[in-house]
Design a protein. Structure first.
Length: 162
């Protein structure tokens, strides 16, 4: 059990003590996509959804999701986030809403989970905003694209495109 940092000596889950770790600049970028049909895609593009501007609401939801990560994921530490930025790309050829989130902080633990929570929350919000028009949307390709800072060093996914 020594190799598993999230378990105590009795094998029970615990939150890792990061008190002795050095503070460093942390940044993480994550992505997700929502596959929709042509009608839904057009309604998102034109602002025609009855619930309102899908991408604006999803952007706000993504920011909120990142900020609430430690309340949703049991072993995540609450951290002082410096910035959260979400961007959306409308892939017309594949009828997909592509979402990317960048999260940064200076801290003792990383922001990968915050970036992943941001894109997931944004994707779920796209689904919620559009479900009256389409029920068979797919949330796909949730993944960490890159991270920097901390003792484990930098990571950059080689296949960043979907």
């Amino acid at each position: 059990m020594e190799d598993f940092t999230h378990f105590n000596t009795q094998g029970k889950a615990k939150m890792v003590d990061v008190g002795e770790k050095e503070i460093s600049h942390r940044r993480a970028v994550a992505a997700a996509a929502v596959k929709v049909n042509a009608e839904t895609f057009r309604l998102i593009q034109t602002g025609g959804m009855k619930k309102g501007d899908v991408l604006t609401v999803a952007q706000i939801a993504g920011v909120m999701g990142a900020k609430k990560t430690s309340e949703l994921i049991p072993m995540c530490h609450p951290i002082a986030i410096h910035g959260i930025d979400l961007s959306f790309h409308m892939d017309e050829e594949n009828c997909r809403v592509e979402i990317e989130a960048s999260v940064s902080c200076d801290g003792k633990t990383g922001v990968e989970m915050e970036a992943l929570t941001a894109v997931t929350t944004a994707a779920l919000t796209v689904y919620d905003m559009c479900k009256a028009v389409q029920k068979d949307m797919e949330i796909t390709d949730i993944r960490l694209l890159e991270k920097s800072g901390g003792v484990h060093g930098d990571f950059k996914r080689e296949d960043q495109k979907l």
